[in-house]
Design a protein around this ligand. Structure first.
Ligand SMILES: [Zn+2]
Ligand SMILES: [Zn+2]
Length: 459
């Protein structure tokens, strides 16, 4: 259970705060003076402190300074000053002394709850690896026997709503993978807004708990996050997992797109339990779903993910340039079966081999297929794939079902129809059994656990 310390010399206020906080599931220690409060903080190491400002003896300013002076993990604790003083100078001094929030009495319990729900990056005591403040202990789950994959945004680069994109959809990348109770969201493009609305409907006031995996922080993969409803709902538990960017931390980039100059609510002000965690290794878990990651060929630091589900591997590689396989090139004199030169082809073979090994045998391979062969000739090195190469990679990796993804903003529904047809023709020429579809908003795929192959009978 998460712990708070309330320091206030007025018994009525203290009692009101303690009653409210305990009803919210907090374990609360209380002190009626600054010195005792500082001692309780040192003993119990709470997540946050609610502290009056004007008290006999050690005042609230000095309580803030004493806690900040510790320099250990208490140095980052959330300190909410609750005071009757609305003077700007007091506010300024309290913040300079180390307060993180300054609330003028009468303080609304709802306001305090919203702040506490948004306290970030502290480990919770639920049985997962998230860091939400309000995560409830999870009931024991029976082992899931399927995974459900839903597409909420399938477009690359920029959202393209309009009459020409109604069948495949115009929202940028977001895919939901459900494995039992685990909700894993892949990328936070504009499609995540719709997912948020659906989750609110489904959970209807109950805690929404999800892990959001970001492949990278290009706009088409994060721009929906500010509009993802559950991050604004007190009690939610959203853990964002991704890698540090080339120039700055993941948290800094996500915060920047919610800076007050461009968005009214800061990332650190959202009412929901939102934790941003940078990944360092290439194998981890999202909830209880095992995940592997691979760096892809795309500007900046970009990852592809492979989720191990009861229904098989789900590989999500929305932004990568599959390097050209030997094939005829539109408008080029290079003979069929060759690209530029031997060194280049060896390098391409090596890089594609790594991707193929990563995706090997996947049930579902959701992969960048942004350009036609003609378009790709003018966009080599942009970090996105030619459809032909994506299909060749899927064949090499012997995946079961390829989903063409990250549709180019200039491709309308009819263009995507032609792309799918072309991709299927390539498969047909190889005689392979690979199934190919283009991702479409609202599409849902259920992957069922495969029956175990019976052991051969003894002879
Ligand atoms: Zn993208
Ligand atoms: Zn990108």
């Amino acid at each position: 259970m998460r712990t708070l310390v309330v320091i206030d010399d007025e018994p009525v206020i203290r009692e009101m705060l303690v009653r409210h906080l305990e009803a919210q599931g907090w374990r609360v220690f209380e002190a009626d003076n600054g010195d005792e409060g500082i001692a309780l903080v040192g003993t119990h190491r709470p997540v946050a402190v609610l502290c009056d400002l004007l008290m006999p003896g050690t005042n609230g300013f000095n309580v803030c300074r004493a806690i900040r002076a510790r320099g250990d993990e208490l140095g980052n604790i959330t300190i909410i000053v609750t005071t009757g003083s609305s003077f700007p100078a007091d506010r300024q001094n309290a913040l300079e002394a180390g307060a993180t929030h300054y609330l003028v009495k009468p303080v609304s319990p709802k306001e305090i709850a919203a702040i506490l729900a948004s306290v970030q990056a502290r480990p919770c005591d639920c049985d997962c690896d998230c860091s939400s403040e309000n995560a409830a202990p999870r009931p024991v789950r029976s082992e899931a026997d399927s995974a459900r994959v839903r597409f909420w945004g399938v477009r690359g680069s920029i959202a393209t709503p309009g009459p020409d994109t109604v069948r495949y959809g115009g929202n940028t990348t977001c895919v939901e993978v459900r494995v039992g109770e685990d909700i894993v969201v892949l990328d936070a493009g504009t499609g995540i807004r719709l997912l948020g609305e659906e989750l609110r409907r489904e959970f209807s006031g109950r805690q929404v708990k999800a892990h959001l995996l970001l492949t990278h922080t290009h706009w088409d993969h994060i721009q929906g996050l500010p509009f993802f409803g559950p991050i604004h709902d007190p009690g939610s538990c959203i853990t964002v997992l991704g890698y540090e960017g080339a120039r700055q931390s993941l948290l800094k980039t996500l915060s920047a797109q919610m800076d007050s100059a461009v968005f009214p609510v800061g990332l650190d002000q959202v009412a929901g339990g939102l934790t941003v965690r940078e990944l360092h290794g290439l194998e981890f878990r999202a909830g209880r779903v095992p995940v592997q990651a691979i760096f892809t060929h795309h500007p900046g630091i970009t990852l592809g993910y492979r989720l191990s589900t009861p229904g098989g591997g789900v590989v999500f590689m929305p932004d990568t340039e599959v390097l050209p396989y030997p094939r005829p090139r539109p408008g080029k004199t290079t003979p069929p079966g060759a690209t530029a030169n031997e060194d280049t082809q060896n390098f391409n073979t090596y890089k594609n081999q790594l991707l193929a090994e990563f995706a090997q045998g996947a049930e579902l391979f959701i992969c960048d297929a942004q350009y036609t062969a003609e378009e790709y000739e003018g966009r080599i090195g942009w970090g996105h794939s030619c459809i032909d190469d994506t299909v060749h990679l899927a064949l090499q990796a012997r995946v079961k079902h390829l989903i063409l993804f990250h549709h180019d903003p200039t491709h309308n529904d009819d263009a995507i129809d032609r792309i799918v047809e072309h991709a299927r023709e390539i498969v047909a020429r190889t005689g392979g059994s690979l199934r190919v579809d283009a991702a479409a908003e609202g599409m849902e795929i259920v992957l069922h656990r495969k029956p175990r192959t019976p052991a051969p009978a003894p002879v």
